[in-house]
Design a protein around this ligand. Structure first.
Ligand SMILES: [Zn+2]
Length: 115
């Protein structure tokens, strides 16, 4: 059985009377650990399906992880933040992580793995 997600438990939670600068509480850390564990389990399940369907091995996955890690020029176990890209409609640079362009209002076409 899954542990309730951090987002669903904290949604609508009042911060009144709490100190926002003291960092995450022990309860929120425990919920985040539950979220991470659930994501790891989902990832493992998805990889198991893909591996079986395409005759891949764990070594193939490790090679792909190394390739993705190296794409930003640094092998550091992280992917660098995506630079802002011009709007596909008006060609102006809009703020990242917005659903629509701040200039023309058209939908922003972003990579699903944008950081
Ligand atoms: Zn635009």
């Amino acid at each position: 059985m899954f542990i309730p997600s951090f987002a669903s438990v904290t949604a609508g939670t009042s911060t009144e009377g709490t100190c926002r600068t003291s960092g995450p509480s022990a309860v929120s850390l425990e919920l985040m650990e539950g979220d991470i564990e659930r994501i790891l389990m989902l990832t493992e399940a998805l990889w198991s399906f893909i591996k079986r369907e395409h005759n891949l091995t764990d070594a193939d996955l490790v090679r792909m992880l190394a390739e993705i890690d190296a794409r930003d020029g640094r092998i550091d176990g992280r992917v660098a933040a995506t630079p802002p890209v011009p709007c596909a409609y008006c060609n102006r640079i809009s703020a990242k992580n917005r659903p629509t362009c701040i200039y023309c209002g058209k939908p922003v076409i972003a990579s699903p793995f944008q950081r």
